[in-house]
Ligand binder design. Structure first.
Ligand SMILES: Nc1ncnc2c1ncn2[C@@H]1O[C@H](COP(=O)(O)OP(=O)(O)OP(=O)(O)O)[C@@H](O)[C@H]1O
Ligand SMILES: [Mg+2]
Length: 248
């Protein structure tokens, strides 16, 4: 059997004197969306940053395509990790508010110096998933709505083909109707064979997009399995997510 695209094996991370991750274990299978859930402070962002090499692995290992990228068997630096085809959309999105949508995408393209050099098929493909980018092509990104900014941030990470996308809480602060647009856009990407590791607090988004799920608490993974299993079991949700309000 083919091994998972990304594997975290007993990953510990220290930030300065603080011991934040205490042995994180989970896999991200190729071509699937894996959700990373957990309460505030559980260690989700730290996990993404550790995968990107922004924090070094202090014990355990991170393997990408069976190659060590973090840990004592081989700790790559962030630019080398990105070079392997891993893109990271941080919570802060990292877009340039004063630059246009077009300039934001151009800056994210490593292989093009001018818009003319950009892969037009890929741009059309992105416009297909994120129509707002075409509509606001020459607008400063700062004028986009929160949801449109999220879509621009994700599009920047996908402006060239990537093997793995790490996305931190794209639905944060968005109105429910906009969240639906985001779900639709991310669903579109799912069909493109990109592997995604998606951090979310919004269980509706997780249920709509996730194939697999890992739930974190206190710097560890406390549950992992198929998203459908967690989505269909109130008892598991209550136990691992504290979703006990009997809501939707
Ligand atoms: N730069 C830092 N220095 C010290 N502690 C940090 C730092 N970054 C994160 N932490 C701590 O690590 C723990 C995990 O934080 P992290 O940001 O990974 O959580 P999270 O699951 O992403 O939470 P949220 O849902 O609120 O974004 C928290 O207790 C946090 O205070
Ligand atoms: Mg976070």
């Amino acid at each position: 059997m083919k091994s998972p695209l990304l594997q975290l094996n007993g990953v510990h991370t220290h930030i300065g004197a603080y011991h934040i991750l205490h042995g994180v274990d989970f896999d991200v299978p190729a071509g699937k969306v894996t959700m990373l859930l957990g309460r505030n402070g559980a260690g989700k962002t730290t996990t993404l940053r550790t995968i990107m090499g922004l924090w070094p692995v202090s014990r355990g290992s991170v393997l990408f395509d069976d190659q060590p990228i973090g840990g004592s068997q081989g700790q790559l630096r962030t630019p080398d990790i990105a070079q392997l085809g891993i893109a990271y959309v941080p919570e802060s999105m990292g877009i340039f508010a004063d630059l246009t949508v077009r300039e934001n995408l151009l800056l994210a393209a490593r292989k093009a110096r001018t818009v003319e050099q950009m892969d037009t098929h890929r741009l059309e493909w992105l416009f297909g998933h994120f129509p707002a980018l075409k509509k606001f092509w020459l607008y400063p990104a700062g004028k986009l709505s929160g949801g449109q900014k999220q879509m621009l941030a994700i599009a920047r990470a996908m402006v060239e083909p990537r093997r793995l996308l790490l996305i931190d809480e794209p639905s944060k602060g968005l109105a429910p109707a906009i969240v639906q647009n985001l779900i639709a856009a991310l669903r579109g990407l799912k069909s493109s064979d990109t592997t995604v590791l998606l951090v979310e607090q919004n269980f509706e988004v997780a249920r709509a997009l996730g194939d697999r799920v890992a739930v974190m608490d206190n710097g560890r993974v406390v549950y992992s399995g198929a998203m459908a299993t967690l989505a269909g079991d109130r008892g598991l949700q209550e136990k691992f997510l504290g979703l006990s309000l009997g809501g939707h």
